[in-house]
Design a protein around this ligand. Structure first.
Ligand code: APR
Ligand code: ZN
Length: 257
């Protein structure tokens, strides 16, 4: 280990931090077998996100059918995936009583399955593990809806009002969850270390969370395979695999004795 090894530098920041905010993106789940969005072969290589906006979903039964087709392919991959070493490292940081809050852009539920607490986990883009009626807000069990679709019901209707069911994720053009978004920015403004893991940081307002932390004077660690537009503001850049990098950072920090 050399003194300027980024994992070691990040470990030093983690060891002295007490109020860590972590932002994760799809890159933390690729080692669990869930494709991300913007890497080669990612979701937006295969589908055009501009055809899957919230307005289109609301307006067109065809779009709802396409949307559910895609969701029905991705849901079993997420449901059957296992958390990986990077999710585990985030749990270790929480168990060391250092985590102020985990803000995830992911909808796969892997953080909670790894052991991250509901109290400190903000799913800022919602969850694919639930379904919700966009007309009355009634929540539905996603596994039940998945079986209904496999049984031939291509655009499932709400049990309560016969309205339009959608995975409980936030689509482009859909209003962000206000309480969760405000909580994420408030935590970022108070943190003493901001760690980004596996995000291209191109989608706002989520990408604004680390920017808020930097503006508030917190050091920024970015663990990502590719460069991001926030790299120039990073205190430490770890251009590597999330699982191996986060495991080394947590181990080197000595936080779980
Ligand atoms: N280790 C480290 N980095 C990785 C790994 C890995 N194993 N796998 C992928 N990455 C990096 C990629 O290089 C990329 O920069 O993770 C980043 C993932 O970026 P995106 O695919 O853009 O995912 P994300 O940043 O979460 O997207 C944000 O966009 O489409 C919307 O709602 C969707 O929440 C999503 C949002
Ligand atoms: Zn309804």
């Amino acid at each position: 280990m050399s003194a300027d090894d980024p994992c070691q530098l990040a470990a030093g920041l983690l060891a002295s931090a007490e109020r860590v905010v972590i932002l994760t993106g799809a890159g933390i789940s690729t080692e669990s077998g869930i494709p991300d969005f913007r890497s080669p072969g990612g979701l937006w290589d295969r589908y055009d996100p501009s055809q899957l906006t919230y307005d289109r979903f609301c307006a067109s039964a065809d779009t709802r059918k396409t949307y559910w087709d895609i969701a029905t392919q991705s849901y079993p991959v997420m449901r059957d995936a296992e958390p990986n070493a990077a999710h585990q490292a985030v749990v270790e940081i929480e168990r060391a009583a250092k985590l102020l809050c985990l803000v995830t852009q992911n909808v796969d539920g892997l953080h909670q399955r790894a052991g991250s607490s509901d109290e400190r986990t903000i799913e800022i883009h919602g969850s694919a593990m639930r379904a919700k009626c966009i007309d009355c807000g009634m929540e539905h069990d996603r596994a039940t809806i998945h079986d209904r679709i496999l049984g031939g019901d291509a655009t499932p209707a709400c049990d309560g009002c016969a309205g339009r069911l959608k995975p409980a994720t936030i689509s482009f053009g859909q209003a962000m969850p206000e309480k969760e978004t405000a909580a994420a920015f408030s935590a970022a403004a108070q943190c003493d270390l901001m760690i980004v893991i596996g995000s291209s940081l191109v989608v706002y307002p989520a990408a604004g969370v680390p920017e808020m932390a930097v503006r508030s004077g917190a050091p920024l660690v970015i663990v990502n395979r590719e460069p991001t537009q926030l790299d120039p503001q990073a205190t430490v850049l770890v251009h590597g695999a999330a699982g191996e990098s986060m495991s080394r950072i947590v181990t080197e920090s000595g936080i779980h004795r």
